[in-house]
Design a protein around this ligand. Sequence first.
Ligand code: NZQ
Ligand code: ZN
Length: 389
Amino acid sequence: MENFTYCTPTRYVFGRGAELKAGEEAADIGMKKVLVVYGGGSAVRSGLLKKVTDSLIEAGIAVTELGGVQPNPVDTLVYEGIDICRREGIDSLVAVGGGSVIDTAKAIALGVPYEGDFWDFFAGKLPATVALPIGVVLTIPAAGSEGSGNSVITKTDGMRKISLRTETALRPKWALLNPELTFTLPPFQTACGIADMMAHIMERYFSTTPDVEITDRVAEGVLKAIIEEAPKVMADPCNYQARANIMWSGTLAHNGICGTGRREDWTSHGMEHEISALYGVAHGAGLAVVFPAWMSYMADHQPEKIAQYGRRVFGVESHSDSVAAHEAVDCLKGFFSSLGLPITFAELGVPDPDIATLVKKLHENKGEAIGGYRTLKAADTEEIYRRAL
Ligand code: NZQ
Ligand code: ZN
């Protein structure tokens, strides 16, 4: 096990009615003038936005709203949000939505106290250490942004989708998680969220660091719980207990607990971000296509951990690592398909992907050699994209 520092300072309030605590939680940490950020309308239609703003106003907090965040969020709304915050003297943000909304709020929070262009942080020009405080009301368990220190934004100029990872600066101060808020999710979005949270665990699980039994077992446990609960939410979207288990899994998948003490991989995420930047697909759907392709490449070249995953998570019995690893890939593909997710580019709605551009942008954005489990160069990532055809 490697040395590590694990800090997850977010305060989670979980359960029915959690969203009604927004005012209390905000007031407790001194939020006074809040920008409430939301998406394309689901939070308005369900009445959630009004409940949250009412709660804030009742707690004596001034509220300004900024809606219209689109999935795979772009920089333009971030600039708009930064302008609003500066003009109105906003001191904090509340995101009502999923990863796209939360990440937009985080980028705004980072940009307001910084005199230069907020993109400087995403371009890696300087470390992100100071941001306005953020609260979250989560409506989709998926990206895990409610507990992560990350924000993923696409720069419209060049469609560069970049993930900024901070230790603590971008972790929300509080996150309100009511599983009932996820009853209205379309089945496809539910499934995409499940693929994404599984991917967050697997990016951490596929590691060459030895002697991380505790972290392996935590990761396997969360994965097995997701695999057991997922069919229940797909069959009955209003099954509170199953929704609750999936919601908390999504947070644990990405708040760092499944990655302590080891080197992580993150190739599949890098490869997927290029797909969703270029084709606008849902992040989880892109992962359902690219992650099994990455695993199949590893089953040929470095099967040990893929085989362990197959045996411990899906109960694969083969003795040979190579065979077990390929069986693990089949199990994962079968599971994703059972949720109605695509597992090939064609099923994703991209029958003829521009692989040369995907590979070029991937290595421009992430470096010539990428990956923690096995180092990959352009010829390798091209082969992985091809395996997903
Ligand atoms: O915009 P509205 O109308 O709210 O609709 C959204 C959106 O169309 C809808 N939705 C959300 N909650 C709903 C609902 N519809 C009905 N009922 C509800 N309760 O779902 C759609 C997808 O929302 P989005 O926020 O885009 O989903 P997700 O949470 O999957 O976020 C995806 C984004 O997060 C990034 C992804 O790359 C992508 O840009 N990620 C962020 C990470 C992070 N910050 O740590 C890590 C992830 O790996 C990921 O890269
Ligand atoms: Zn993800």
